[in-house]
Design a protein around this ligand. Structure first.
Ligand SMILES: Cc1cc2nc3c(=O)[nH]c(=O)nc-3n(C[C@H](O)[C@H](O)[C@H](O)COP(=O)(O)O)c2cc1C
Length: 186
């Protein structure tokens, strides 16, 4: 069981960090690729170092290294998640413009018909961004906006982050207790 995790330079880098922690606890291997702006967001939005974040993954890949296994569709995985997903990275995937490893890995995930989940974070959205999302959705990509719900009565920020991470795990059919499902207290 192996999942490719891409972190890009949108706000909400905590979503990606929490995803790595949860996948580790679930014994799912992770292949992490971070853009340079994602590393900057770790600095801006958290008290963690980039090395600490990378330490949560099973394997880390350099975003400029096209010789990485992630650049090949032959590298088997359950699929890929990009969280948070910037509008720039989302546009790159929508256009097939794979000029970094994260984009190439997403390209490969799509061409191999594996599950690809993008967790975009931007507001408000312009028409180009919405069209890119539609293009991706029509190609089988799951667009899962970083828009946590409140019906599970979150008590803190961690609960909000866990809601989005949990919803993402749901797409991959992975069992978890990160949020309380509506009227399913059993
Ligand atoms: C503080 C800060 C917050 C940002 N938040 C977002 C965001 O929420 N969504 C987004 O699409 N871009 C955001 N950006 C802009 C991206 O970092 C920028 O477009 C960058 O080129 C993305 O590169 P990447 O996709 O290769 O990581 C933010 C930048 C900064 C400095």
């Amino acid at each position: 069981m192996r999942l490719i995790v891409g972190l890009s330079g949108a706000s909400g880098i905590m979503y990606g960090i929490r995803m790595l922690e949860v996948l580790h606890d679930l014994d799912i291997e992770t292949d992490l690729v971070m853009t340079s702006m994602a590393t900057k967001m770790v600095e801006i939005e958290t008290n963690r170092s980039c090395e600490q974040v990378k330490g949560l993954a099973t394997r880390c890949h350099n975003n400029n290294d096209f010789t990485s296994v992630l650049a090949s569709g032959g590298y088997r995985s359950m699929g890929m998640v990009v969280l948070p997903c910037s509008m720039k990275t989302l546009a790159g995937i929508a256009c097939g413009f794979a000029d970094n490893l994260l984009l190439r890995a997403a390209d490969c995930t799509l061409k191999e018909r594996r599950t690809l989940v993008l967790v975009p974070r931007e507001t408000p959205l312009n028409v180009i961004q919405l069209k890119n999302m539609l293009t991706l959705a029509e190609s089988g990509v799951t667009i899962l906006p970083a828009a946590p719900g409140f019906y599970h009565r979150p008590k803190n920020l961690d609960d909000l982050v866990d809601h989005i991470v949990g919803k993402t795990l749901d797409i991959f059919g992975l069992d978890h207790h990160l949020y309380r499902r509506w009227r399913q207290d059993f």
